[in-house]
Design a protein around this ligand. Structure first.
Ligand SMILES: Cc1cc2nc3c(=O)[nH]c(=O)nc-3n(C[C@H](O)[C@H](O)[C@H](O)COP(=O)(O)OP(=O)(O)OC[C@H]3O[C@@H](n4cnc5c(N)ncnc54)[C@H](O)[C@@H]3O)c2cc1C
Length: 169
């Protein structure tokens, strides 16, 4: 979600539409308890030639899963106990990790969404956000088949032409 939030175009300040002034509207952990967490199906290896990336899988998947499960259990138990103690959700949530699911409304133009797909359905993007970009691409093909096809055809052509040795005739 933190990566998706970096896509900020869509901010709209002129109308009286309820989403006015912001492109993002998120169900807030200040008033809804958090109870849904992502668990990876595969523990990936740190890439050696790209500090920001991963590749393949680590060997000891079992130990990684155990570490994850134990940590998550402790965090969720503590979070729930803090709520039972009467601690405000806005404060208790500071112990929650990045894998919490959230619910957002994203107001964005067609162009902003295609920009998201171009950048995030890409081998350099993290696996998890790439999955969302692929889902978004399917939705765009369903909702706007003609325009999405034209856009992606042009994008693929531009990408090919930007490869070394290719020229625009
Ligand atoms: C592989 C990858 C790695 C990344 N790593 C990092 C990282 O390490 N740290 C980090 O902070 N971010 C990182 N990012 C996020 C990246 O820097 C962008 O913030 C993010 O991809 C949003 O892209 P965008 O600005 O094109 O999108 P949008 O905000 O949706 O903007 C869409 C387009 O609108 C135009 N635009 C946007 N804002 C302006 C403006 N103010 N003025 C004029 N034109 C504008 C630009 O043409 C832009 O491409 C990474 C992104 C990717 C894909």
């Amino acid at each position: 979600m933190r990566q998706w939030y970096k896509h900020v175009v869509g901010i709209e300040t002129s109308s009286s539409y309820p989403a006015k002034d912001h492109a993002w509207n998120e169900i807030s952990g200040r008033y809804v308890p958090v109870n849904d967490f992502y668990k990876p199906a595969n523990w990936r290896k740190q890439s050696l030639n790209n500090k920001q990336a991963s590749e393949g899988s680590i060997d000891d998947q079992k130990q990684a899963e155990e570490l994850f499960d134990n940590t998550m259990k402790q965090i969720i138990d503590s979070y729930n106990k803090m709520l039972e103690l009467g601690i405000a959700k806005e404060e208790a949530r500071i112990i929650l990790p990045l894998n919490q699911y959230t619910e957002v409304y994203w107001t964005a133009s067609f162009q902003a969404i295609m920009n998201f797909i171009e950048l995030r359905d890409d081998p350099h993007a993290q696996f998890e956000i790439r999955e969302y970009a692929l889902a978004m691409k399917d939705m765009m093909f369903e909702l706007f088949p003609e325009t999405t096809k034209i856009w992606l055809d042009v994008y693929e052509t531009m990408k090919t032409l930007s490869e070394p040795g290719k020229t625009i005739k």
